[in-house]
Design a protein around this ligand. Structure first.
Ligand code: ATP
Ligand code: MG
Length: 395
């Protein structure tokens, strides 16, 4: 028997013709995540099999919990045979070390030509366990352990507990998107959910020094670092927004500040998306959350770009977003109290139903095309990977 980590793909198996591409990407992503471990990876269209040193299993399993595209995984025992006698011997060896009173056998038989059906295998192996272990009985509803048996073409597998993977598609299989990443709670979650659908992310952050601090920028870098755990590396585009923001502040009626500022952000994000071959913009907007996220506002802001804008959190409420952020581990960073460029220039009474005609009229009061061009030309690119650094270390 060989001990292995076995991976189930879940939703990936619905990709009939393209499954090869998805699995290749999954293997690549797993290899990257496990680059510090010595692991051998083999796969076919049904399962992926990982071998490593005995003392590495736990560590490898934990790392695999950050890889999208893995539906379930377990530590299993590979038997180089599909003969009943060999399977029985292996079961005998394994159950000797296990403490249990009730059990159930669950068989999966991808080898459809096998001489016994799954219920017949369950029966035969169940009877065998009863004979070979004292004081145990079968309980099909609530057993202490489930002995999973999988019979494939030439090999069979035994395992006990399954662990949940993150699900979704391997990052990169669906191309690239540009995440508008602020220091808030929402945008990192929008990024997380988009990566889950197989989209690799770059990120864009608008800063307004000296109105926004270095700490605010480092906070965004830290959030990008946390997201890069799922994305291998994040290319963070940092765009200086000060001149644009000041021009808006000086020339435009204050109730329209936020609407027009966001129209500028969208225009810049679209241009950088085209440069970087990102097919969508992603952001953390959620319907109704603030004045700039009413349906009329979303229309007025979205109308300046042609590229699709994906809002994974559109229909989430704040408590759901916070719960997810705590689970993913970005929440503690997001609530650090550094000012964002949006919060600084927020007027007392932002318009809730902005008029597109008025936006266009007000925008003629500032040379925004030139300002946008300059901000893109001078923007900074930071490549962020998930080294084991703490936020305090990069401050
Ligand atoms: P919060 O969690 O406090 O709502 P937020 O990041 O969602 O923070 P909003 O004002 O709701 O802040 O902004 C909506 C979306 O616009 C954000 O989710 C983010 O995608 C984008 N955004 C806002 N400010 C910036 C910024 N400075 N740089 C990049 N993107 C930004
Ligand atoms: Mg928000």
């Amino acid at each position: 028997m060989k001990k292995k980590i076995i991976i189930k793909y879940g939703e990936l198996t619905t990709k009939k013709e393209n499954i090869g591409l998805f699995l290749k990407m999954l293997k690549k992503n797993i290899s990257f995540t496990l680059k510090e471990e010595e692991v051998e990876i083999l796969y076919d269209s049904g399962r992926m099999f990982l071998s490593c040193e005995e003392n590495q299993f736990e560590k490898v399993l934990n790392k695999l919990k950050t890889v999208f595209g893995i539906h379930e995984m377990f530590i299993g025992y590979e038997i180089d045979s599909i003969e009943m006698e060999n399977i029985k011997q292996s079961i005998k060896e394994l159950i000797q070390k296990k403490n249990f009173h009730t059990f159930k056998i669950e068989t999966k038989r991808s080898n459809k030509k096998y001489e016994l059906t799954s219920p017949e295998i369950n029966q035969e192996l169940g009877a065998y366990v009863l004979k070979n272990k004292e004081d145990v009985k079968v309980d099909v509803h609530n057993p202490d352990i489930i002995i999973h048996v999988e019979i494939r073409l030439q090999k069979s597998y035994l395992y006990f507990e399954k662990e949940k993977g993150l699900g979704g598609y391997p990052v990169g299989t669906l191309g690239k998107g540009l995440l508008m990443l602020s220091g808030g709670i929402d945008s990192p979650m929008a990024g997380y959910l988009t990566m889950k659908r197989g989209v690799k992310l770059e990120a864009i952050y608008f800063e307004s020094p000296p109105h926004t601090s270095m700490e605010a920028k480092k906070k965004v870098e830290e959030l990008a670092r946390k997201l890069s755990l799922y994305n291998q590396e994040i290319k963070l585009h940092v765009v200086k927004f000060t001149d644009i923001q000041e021009a808006i502040y000086k020339n435009i009626p204050h109730e329209y500040l936020v609407t027009i500022m966001r129209r500028m952000m969208y225009r810049i994000a679209e241009k950088i998306s085209r440069q970087e071959n990102c097919k969508i913009i992603v952001n953390g907007e959620s319907i109704g959350q603030v004045a700039s996220q009413t349906l009329t506002s979303i229309n007025a802001i979205n109308s300046v770009v042609k590229i699709p804008v994906i809002r994974p959190l559109a229909c989430f409420d704040k408590l759901e977003i916070i719960a997810l952020a705590k689970k993913v581990g970005t929440y503690e960073t997001s609530i650090l109290p550094y000012e964002d460029c949006c919060t600084i220039f927020v007027p007392l009474h932002p318009v809730i139903n902005p008029d597109i005609g008025k936006c266009e009229e007000y925008e003629t009061l500032i040379p925004y095309e030139k300002l946008i061009q300059e901000s893109i030309k001078n923007h900074e690119i930071i490549k962020i990977t998930n080294q084991e650094k703490k936020f305090e270390d990069i401050l």
